[in-house]
Design a protein around this ligand. Structure first.
Ligand code: PMP
Length: 295
């Protein structure tokens, strides 16, 4: 196994509640509402050529994720944009990942927590220029259908990028890891195809069109929205619709989308294999072009 470099013991600068500080000094107390009650929301952004792709969309989503959890982030989207850019610059990052996070502090240790301070921190670190699946770019990743499902949106705030929503992804993905798969395919509580643990999913039909599920029980990813826009500009027909697991056998290609995953080809779902085909490659190429030359 590759050596792990713990995230609390690195060099660099983190912005924490209004101040730049040395990486190792960005600490919070163990009696903090965010840790005990999952009152925490975060973002994941990618830096290309020293610029954060879709930064405003991410800053707005952080604010919106917090609002859904009844938390008011004490910064505007513009202020968050400025700080994210400053952190990237301070750390001299050209290709990397930015992680803004907001959480409730320590003033109250109870379910109701209206008097707690909302803390905000932003860190960033280097990641490879592009993400390639373990099996290599030609093969795509293997997904295992999980027993864990995306929940009814009236029971969990699924449109919030909230820490608590990720517990299902972590336990689902651990099983996939142990079974030799790269990630999971998650269905929703009604048994419809939903997404992966940290990315949205698209299929290509026999006639070359795209199909992707309706984001009712899962995050409507910024990359997903970007691909929908790109498909329209590239005149690739696209349908946002209910997809049942028994339809998967009829699709000819598949890929997942996410800020970290970018456009990652799927080579296999359970026993069904997919080639990394021409439509996936076209979209990958167009996305690569876009992140380097955003309009
Ligand atoms: N679904 C989940 C559960 C995710 O964590 C992510 C990554 N944020 C996505 C989808 C894709 O979202 P985005 O394209 O905005 O990164």
């Amino acid at each position: 196994m590759a050596e792990l470099i713990p995230f609390d013991d690195r060099d660099g600068t983190i912005w924490f509640n209004g101040k730049m500080m040395p990486w190792r000094d960005a600490q919070t107390h163990i009696l903090c509402h965010g840790l005990h009650y999952a009152s925490s929301v975060f973002e994941g952004e990618r830096v290309y050529d020293g610029r954060i792709f879709k930064l405003r969309e991410h800053s707005e989503r952080l604010i919106h994720s917090a609002e859904i959890l009844d938390m008011k982030i004490p910064y505007t989207a513009k202020e968050l944009d400025d700080v994210c850019n400053a952190v990237v610059k301070e750390n001299g990052l050209s290709y990397g990942y930015v992680r803004p996070v907001a959480w409730r502090g320590s003033e109250q240790m109870a379910i109701s927590a209206q008097q707690t301070t909302i803390h905000v921190a932003i860190a960033c670190w280097e990641v490879p220029k592009y993400f390639f699946p373990k099996g290599g770019e030609d093969q795509g990743i293997a997904l295992l259908t999980s027993d864990w499902r995306r929940p009814d949106p009236t029971t969990v705030p699924v449109q919030s990028k909230a820490a608590g929503v990720y517990m299902i992804g972590t336990i689902a993905k651990h099983k996939a890891d142990r079974s030799g798969y790269d990630d999971v395919l998650m269905l929703d509580y009604k048994g419809r195809v939903a997404e992966s643990s940290g990315s949205n999913i698209f299929f290509i039909t026999k006639d070359g069109g795209l199909k992707t599920p309706v984001p009712e029980c899962f995050l409507n990813g910024i990359t997903r929205q970007t691909v929908i826009q790109m498909a329209s500009e590239m005149n690739i027909p696209l349908e946002v619709c209910t997809i049942m697991p028994d339809e998967i056998n009829d699709f000819v290609e598949c890929f997942v989308t996410g800020t970290a995953a970018e456009i990652t080809a799927v080579g296999k779902i359970d026993d069904k294999e997919f080639p990394v085909g021409p439509v996936t490659k076209r979209i990958q190429e167009a996305y690569r072009e876009l992140v380097h030359n955003p309009s």
